[in-house]
Design a protein around this ligand. Structure first.
Ligand code: PA5
Length: 428
C-alpha cells in the first residue's frame, strides 16, 4: 500500500532554511505527549489508539448490522450535523460505492425546503432505514429531523416495523439511548471519550460508510497504519508535526488563511470535513488560520484570480492523487472547434497539467505551497487521511495553545436562537 507524502515549496523563502527543523525539534515533547496520550486530554482521546473505538470486533459487528440494512434498504438517511455526519459523507461522496442503498442526509440543516425535499424523495423509495447520530441528543437540527423521520417511518410501516428500521448512535445513558430502549430501536455507540469531529474512528463514521458499501476494514487499516507511522517517526521527519509546524510558522509570519486545493471534485466533502476539523478545533482565543477550499479547476475561474493577484494572506495545501482510476480520451473532431491540440489526450492528463500549472503559477507568485501526494482515492488512503489530519490538528492546537476538543464559541448563536424560539430556561 502506498504512503502519503508531503513536500513544501516556498520560492520566496518565507520560512528560512533550518527554521522548520528547529521548530520541529522544539515541538518534540508535544509530539511525544500526543502519541503517548496526554493525561490532560484523557477524556477526549478515545480515538487515539483506533482499536478502542474501531477495533476489528467492532468493525465486524458494524458490517453485520450494515448487511442487514443493505439486504433490504434502497434508502438510508443519516441524520446528524457537524462531526456527526461529515466524515461518513466525505468518504461516501469520495468513493461512490455503487451497490448499496441511496444515502440521504438530514438533520444538517433547518431548511424547510430541504426537509420537504427529503420526505418527497423518500416517498419514491421502496424501503427506508434511518440512523440518528447525536452525541448527547441535545442539538436542535438532528433532534427535530429525527422526530419528523421517525414519525414518517411509523406512519408508513407501523410502529413495530419502523422500530426495526431505526438506528440511533449516541452516548450510553443519553436521552437517545433511552428512546432506543423504550421503543426498540437499534442503539450504536457514540463513544463517551470522543468528540463529534473526531468520531470518524467509531460507529458514528463507520456505520453509515458500511451501509453505503465502503470497505471499513480498509478504512480502519489505513487509520492504524497512519497511527503507527505518526507515533514512530522522529520529530524532524514526522509527517504530522512538520505540517503543524509549517502552519504555525506561516501564521506567525502573517498568513491568515490556509487553502486546501484539489483537482478531484469528489473530494469536496472531504474538504468540508477538513474545514470543520481545523476551524472548530483551532478557531479560539482570536488566533488560528482560517481554513478555506478551492475545488479545481472550477474555483480557478473564481477565487483563482484572488489567489494570483489579491492580498497575499493565504498559503496553499494541494492534494495530489497518484493512481489513475478513470479515463476519458478526447476524440477526433471534423468540425473546427480549435481544440485539436488536445486530441487523443486523456482528461486525466489534462487535469494533471492544470494541477501542475496551478502549483507552478501560485508558487512563482511567492505563495508558500504544500503538497500532499495521495496514493489513491480509496478507503485505505482515506483512513490514513482521517487519522493524519485529526492527529495533526491536535498538534497544531497544542502549538497554538488552544484546547482542540472544545467549541465554546458555537454557543453564542445558539443562545440567541433559543431565546427567539422560547426554549425553556433560555427565555429573555
Ligand atoms: O465536533 C463537534 O463536537 C461538533 O461539530 C458536533 O459534532 C456537532 O455540534 C453535533 O453534535 P451532536 O452530536 O451532539 O449533535
Amino acid at each position: 500500500m502506498g504512503q502519503i507524502s508531503l513536500r513544501y515549496v516556498d520560492l520566496k523563502g518565507v520560512i528560512a532554511p533550518g527554521e522548520l527543523e528547529e521548530r520541529c525539534r522544539g515541538a518534540a515533547p508535544i509530539l511525544k505527549r500526543m502519541a503517548e496520550g496526554d493525561p490532560k486530554y484523557a477524556d477526549f482521546t478515545g480515538w487515539r489508539t483506533v482499536d478502542e473505538t474501531a477495533g476489528p470486533a467492532r468493525v465486524d459487528y458494524l458490517l453485520q448490522e450494515a448487511e442487514r440494512v443493505r439486504r433490504d434498504a434502497d434508502a438510508f438517511v443519516v441524520i446528524g450535523i457537524g462531526g456527526s455526519n461529515q466524515a461518513s459523507r466525505a468518504a461516501i461522496k469520495a468513493l461512490r460505492p455503487k451497490d448499496g442503498p441511496a444515502i440521504l442526509w438530514a438533520g444538517n440543516t433547518i431548511s424547510a425546503a430541504e426537509m420537504a425535499r427529503t420526505l418527497e424523495e423518500l416517498d419514491g423509495c421502496r424501503s427506508v432505514y434511518i440512523d440518528c447520530i447525536a452525541k448527547n441528543f441535545e442539538t436542535l437540527e438532528p433532534g427535530i429531523a429525527f422526530r419528523v423521520l421517525r414519525q414518517y417511518l411509523e406512519k408508513r410501516y407501523g410502529e413495530q416495523e419502523a422500530a426495526k428500521r431505526i438506528f440511533a448512535t449516541g452516548t450510553p445513558g443519553s436521552t437517545l439511548h433511552q428512546l432506543c430502549k423504550d421503543h426498540g430501536y437499534t442503539f450504536l455507540t457514540f463513544p463517551e471519550r470522543v468528540g463529534g469531529r473526531f468520531s470518524v474512528l467509531s460507529d458514528v463514521g463507520l456505520f453509515p460508510m458500511a451501509v453505503a458499501g465502503v470497505d471499513i476494514r480498509a478504512v480502519t487499516a489505513g487509520m492504524r497504519e497512519m497511527r503507527d507511522r505518526l507515533f514512530s517517526e522522529p520529530a524532524e521527519n514526522n509527517l504530522a508535526l512538520r505540517y503543524a509546524c509549517i502552519r504555525k510558522l506561516l501564521l506567525e509570519k502573517g498568513y491568515a488563511m490556509e487553502m486546501l486545493s484539489f483537482f478531484e471534485p469528489r473530494l469536496n466533502y472531504f474538504a468540508k470535513w477538513w474545514v470543520q476539523t481545523f476551524a472548530e478545533s483551532e478557531g479560539k482565543e482570536n488566533t488560528a488560520l482560517y481554513p478555506i477550499v478551492s475545488s479545481n479547476s472550477e474555483d480557478l475561474h473564481a477565487v483563482g484570480q484572488y489567489v494570483q493577484q489579491g492580498r497575499p494572506i493565504l498559503f496553499e495545501t494541494f492534494l495530489r492523487v497518484e493512481a489513475r482510476d478513470a479515463s476519458v480520451v478526447l476524440p477526433h473532431e471534423e468540425k473546427k472547434d480549435y481544440f485539436d491540440y488536445l486530441e487523443d489526450k486523456d482528461f486525466w492528463d489534462i487535469n494533471e497539467a492544470a494541477r501542475e500549472g496551478t502549483f507552478a503559477a501560485h508558487s512563482q507568485r511567492g505563495i508558500p505551497c504544500l503538497e500532499f501526494t495521495l496514493p489513491a482515492i480509496d478507503a485505505h488512503t482515506l483512513g490514513q487521511l482521517y487519522y493524519y489530519f485529526i492527529f495533526a490538528c491536535c498538534l497544531s492546537c497544542e502549538l497554538l495553545g488552544v484546547n482542540p476538543f472544545d467549541q465554546p464559541g458555537v454557543e453564542a448563536y445558539k443562545h440567541e436562537m433559543f431565546q427567539r424560539l422560547g426554549k425553556p430556561g433560555k427565555e429573555k
